[in-house]
Design a protein around this ligand. Structure first.
Ligand SMILES: [Mg+2]
Length: 229
């Protein structure tokens, strides 16, 4: 048994840029600024971190108290509207099979995502995946990915009722760094914007092209751990 913590965007689903367009909408509504999201790289970032970067890039200042939350509220309203229409949310290859087989093995399934919890729920409900996950580490107002990953680990241990080996599954160097920051192992998957070759540079324990190879990667990690032990 293990705790598996999945990233969402680029790992479980692709939502066709709906998230960043919703961020742009929020900035347009609140500040009258269009295109503010273009200056920010979303990959592996957190929603509050994206807002903080957009404020710095477009207004040249740090957020005031409660400002990030206010932008996130508008963002969620726009995201919900976009996902409620015909907007495509694509479940990535191998995801259903990997989640089913993890559930059969008795692994404890959670999230470690830069989305705020309501955003994660909107995207994964739309994709039909929300019910796989009993808990998660979600983005907090600080936008810190190590901190949210740690919350995911702690929620996983609480769910399992004991400490278990933890594997983070994500698509960016930031997921790998956050996993390292909490002492977890990590499988990187190249279904986001980073290639297998780029992800190998991050020092992930395993790199797979799609989650169709997740089971094999997890087995290899277990074998490597046994050899060490
Ligand atoms: Mg991601």
């Amino acid at each position: 048994m293990r705790v598996l913590l999945f990233d969402i965007d680029g790992t479980l689903v692709l939502s066709g840029g709906a998230g960043m367009r919703a961020m742009d909408d929020a900035f347009a509504e609140i500040y009258g600024i269009r295109g503010a999201a273009a200056s920010v790289k979303p990959d592996g970032h957190t929603d509050p971190g994206i807002v903080i970067d957009m404020l710095a890039a477009s207004l040249g200042r740090a957020p005031e108290a409660g400002e990030v939350e206010r932008v996130i509220d508008r963002y969620l309203a726009s995201l919900q509207a976009k996902l409620g229409t015909t907007h495509e949310v694509r479940v990535l290859p191998g995801v259903h099979t990997a989640l089913e087989s993890a559930r059969r093995r008795g692994d404890v399934l959670g999230l470690a995502t830069g989305n705020v919890e309501r955003g994660a729920r909107l995207k994964l409900t739309r994709a039909g995946l929300w019910d796989y996950f009993g808990f998660g580490g979600f983005a907090g107002a600080d936008g810190d990915r190590v901190a949210l990953t740690r919350r995911g680990v702690e929620a996983g241990f609480a769910t399992a009722g004991r400490q278990l080996p933890v594997v983070v599954i994500g698509d960016t160097p930031r997921d790998v760094a956050a996993a390292r920051g909490v002492g977890a192992r990590v499988v990187a998957v190249a279904t986001g914007r980073h290639s297998v070759a780029e992800l190998r540079q991050t020092g992930a324990d395993a790199v797979v092209e799609t989650l169709e190879r997740l089971d094999q990667a997890l087995e290899q990690l277990d074998q490597a751990l046994e050899q060490l032990g």
